[in-house]
Design a protein around this ligand. Structure first.
Ligand code: NAD
Length: 338
């Protein structure tokens, strides 16, 4: 190591002020969290690490499960300094409804929605406004496609539009309704998937279409909300994570869709030893959501171990007998942890 590199390496964290972000006093609303092993929770944890007040929007049918997790807390809630992550309020949120007039009778009378209070997007915005007065950071980490296991060819109009409503329009509505509460410099991030632009067999029901919409809307919302409110809008195209939602996509009886997607990434991605995790998607989102990326808006950022860059699969039978390039000179244990 050169003398200069050695001197720099010895400096304290405080000396590297350029990359320190203090989110004390900032309010982050993270929509679509019911589970700690999820992208939304990973992002929330990074924001809490930097001092943000994190509040959640949780789908009423899974609200009780999440409340139980919150009561127990546990290791997932430990922040980097050893302290426990504090959660602001958890709002019931069903992002397919904008106002109470949109809620159909069968939902109003559904026992999973009974007594949870106002859960439409506008009602949640009004509650957050009354409780916190503003939202600096908005995270959209939710998706739903009732016919996700069906090929697009077999998807009904109803299923297709439901996927689009829950997974894409929900983002438009949230930016439109939270926008007036967001100070200049505020930032929004959503979660997309490579099926928006490349064929991923098994990701059906119009979910691929909904993710394309989400990415296209990210660009238009970046322009419109940038001009109207001075806020930024970006999306992350994340690699596979065995979350609750992803595990529900189905499978072939042997392995689930998401298990095969993870195997595929490990076999074919440039960074085949680095899985996508709530932590590494969380830290990428952190950059997009803070002043570290204050001039970045309208982008789809790939956080997928580089898989999007590949034009050929290494594990194709076409390459049988040819060893794929191996990482040289280090033990597996020295590589970036999963
Ligand atoms: P997750 O199950 O933790 O999150 C999905 C959340 O959406 C759940 O909490 C669910 O309750 C919520 N939700 C569903 N319908 C809703 C509605 N109408 N209103 C409010 N909330 C609703 O799973 P995740 O994989 O962390 O998903 C988060 C985001 O990441 C999703 O947009 C997903 O498409 C995206 N994503 C996931 C993967 C992956 O492999 N897991 C890859 C790329 C992108």
């Amino acid at each position: 190591m050169s003398a200069l590199v050695e001197k720099r390496a010895g400096r304290s964290l405080a000396a590297r002020k350029a990359l320190k972000v203090d989110l004390t006093g900032k309010v982050a609303f993270v929509a679509g969290v019911a589970d700690t092993y999820s992208y939304g929770f990973g992002i929330a944890r990074e924001l809490a690490n930097a001092g943000a007040t994190v509040v959640f929007g949780t789908w009423p049918p899974v609200l009780k499960i999440f409340e139980r997790t919150l009561k127990k807390k546990g290791d997932d809630f430990k922040l980097d300094d050893g302290s426990e992550m504090e959660i602001g309020k958890v709002y019931p949120l069903d992002a397919v409804f904008d106002t109470p007039e949109d809620v159909p009778e069968e939902i109003k009378t559904n026992k999973r929605y009974a007594g949870v209070g106002g859960y439409t997007i506008q009602e949640v915005v009004d509650q957050v406004k009354a409780d916190y007065g503003k939202v600096d950071i908005l995270v959209h980490s939710l998706a739903n496609g009732p016919e996700v296991t069906k090929p697009l060819l077999d998807t009904s109009r109803k299923g297709y539009l439901a996927a689009s409503s829950a997974s894409a329009y929900s983002m438009v509505s949230m930016v439109s309704r939270f926008g007036p509460l967001m100070p200049v410099g505020g930032s929004v991030v959503s979660l997309s998937y490579i099926a928006s632009e490349r064929v991923v067999p098994g990701y059906g029901g119009g979910m691929s279409s909904a993710k394309s919409q989400l990415e296209s809307d990210t660009r238009t919302l970046a322009f419109e909300a940038g001009r109207r409110y001075g806020i930024r809008v970006n999306t992350i195209s994340a690699g596979p994570l065995k979350s609750r939602a992803a595990s529900a996509i189905g499978g072939d009886g042997d392995k689930t869709f998401i298990e095969r997607a993870i195997d595929y990434t490990r076999n074919n991605a440039p960074l085949n030893k680095v899985d996508c995790s709530p932590q590494n998607v969380g830290s990428a989102a952190f950059c997009l959501l803070t002043d570290l990326m204050s001039a970045v808006t309208g982008i789809t950022l790939y956080v997928d171990s580089g898989l999007h860059a590949m034009g050929q699969t290494l594990d194709s039978p076409a390459f049988e007998g040819i060893a794929p390039p191996e990482f040289k000179g280090k033990e597996d244990k020295d590589l970036v942890p999963r």
